[in-house]
Design a binder for this molecule. Structure first.
Ligand code: AMP
Length: 253
């Protein structure tokens, strides 16, 4: 496994490799868990070369406190990535990705008007901008993204299509703990008591009959609810447990 921090170096390595390999790309913000591992496994099953990026992208955080407190454990991530058989780990710093500041952004105007886009202004601008940059650096054949961030998955698919990118976005199922909570790097910041509330959040998204019922129940338990919404056969939710914000979505039967 090679760890690369410079855009030019990674481009150079991948240029010759791309001739003989299919490149699968897994973009992450690190603090790797089994959800990320499932994306890496999926990438390995379809590609001869897998690139993992670890970059806590400042432009997608609408609150600097959230950015500052985002969990990081880079040395452990390297060990995990190596044990999973990742070929390249790309760990750029901010100046490498935004050498001239954030002067050009990708802005989507329809799908981002609701849910995450509504509660996290400019969040998707940051996500799309960094992903377009990473796609142009890595030029993957396939990119692997989790259903855990379903709205993100759909917005990225739209960008790939609208900008005629030769990339296929592969959707990977949400990995959950035994008690139903979707794995997330942010879960590491939950107290045991808050983790129990996260279990309630996940189970009520799946089991409750109406969105209103979930709002009421989670509100009664002391959670701040940003939204509970259903679109098609999927129910989406975002809640705050003190300073930690969790999102999840489930397919309803
Ligand atoms: P993150 O590091 O949180 O930005 O996530 C990087 C990628 O991993 C995104 O495509 C996420 O949707 C995906 N991901 C995060 N958590 C999970 C999970 N529990 N199951 C499956 N994919 C996940």
């Amino acid at each position: 496994m090679e760890i690369i921090s410079k855009v030019a170096n990674l481009k150079q390595r991948l240029k010759s490799a791309a001739k003989q390999n299919k490149i699968g790309f897994v973009p992450t913000m690190g603090f790797l868990h089994q959800g990320h591992a499932s994306l890496i496994h999926e990438a390995q099953s379809n590609n001869s070369l897998v690139v993992l990026s670890i970059f806590v992208n400042p432009t997608q955080f609408n609150q600097s406190s959230d950015y500052q407190s985002y969990p990081k454990k880079i040395e452990k991530d390297f060990i995990v990535a190596k044990s999973l058989g990742v070929d390249y780990v790309f760990i750029p710093d901010e100046t490498e990705i935004y050498p001239n500041g954030n002067n050009i952004i990708i802005h989507e105007t329809q799908q981002t008007q609701m849910m995450e886009g509504r509660f996290r202004p400019n969040h998707f601008d940051g996500v799309l901008t960094v992903l377009l940059k990473l796609f142009n650096i890595i030029k993957p054949n396939y990119v692997y993204m989790g259903e855990k961030d379903y709205q993100q998955l759909e917005v990225v698919r739209t960008m790939v299509s609208e900008f005629f990118l030769d990339i296929e976005v592969i959707q990977c199922p949400t990995v959950r703990c035994d008690r139903g909570v979707a794995l997330s790097s942010r879960n590491s910041r939950l107290t045991p008591n808050q983790y129990n509330l996260a279990i309630e959040f996940a189970s009520s998204l799946k089991k409750a009959k109406t969105n209103q019922e979930i709002h009421q129940k989670l509100g009664d338990l002391g959670l701040k609810v940003d939204y509970i919404e259903q679109h098609g056969s999927r129910r989406y939710g975002a809640v705050w447990l003190d300073q930690v914000r969790l999102i999840d979505n489930v397919l309803l039967e």
